[in-house]
Design a protein around this ligand. Structure first.
Ligand SMILES: [Zn+2]
Length: 100
């Protein structure tokens, strides 16, 4: 199952959701931040809600690599914002020489 997320745009808590990032463990790939990782609350007992709302975990961010659509969940603290020209817009690699 795809990780759920609550979509964010603009700068939220110091993270620019319109920007591009690299992730500490994938230093050569640019990623796009979609929003906060979110889960449905665990439910038990009488208070069962048939339509539970997603609850965001603001310490975790759902990202996709540039040019890909597979979602990954990473720690917010592992994201490093990239300058506009620091990654390749065609293949998403950091430091690629495509089209230069
Ligand atoms: Zn490239």
């Amino acid at each position: 199952m795809k990780p759920q997320h609550i979509e964010k745009t603009g700068i939220v808590n110091g993270i620019n959701f319109d920007g591009r990032f690299k992730v500490k463990r994938w230093p050569a790939v640019a990623v796009v931040a979609l929003g906060y990782f979110a889960e449905y609350p665990e439910q038990e007992g009488e208070d069962f809600d048939p339509e539970p709302e997603l609850v965001a975990d603001e310490s975790r961010i759902v990202v996709v690599m540039v040019g890909d659509d597979k979602r990954h969940v990473v720690d917010a603290s592992d994201l490093i914002e990239l300058a506009e020209d620091a990654y390749c817009p065609s293949c998403g690699q950091v430091g690629c020489g495509h089209g230069r």
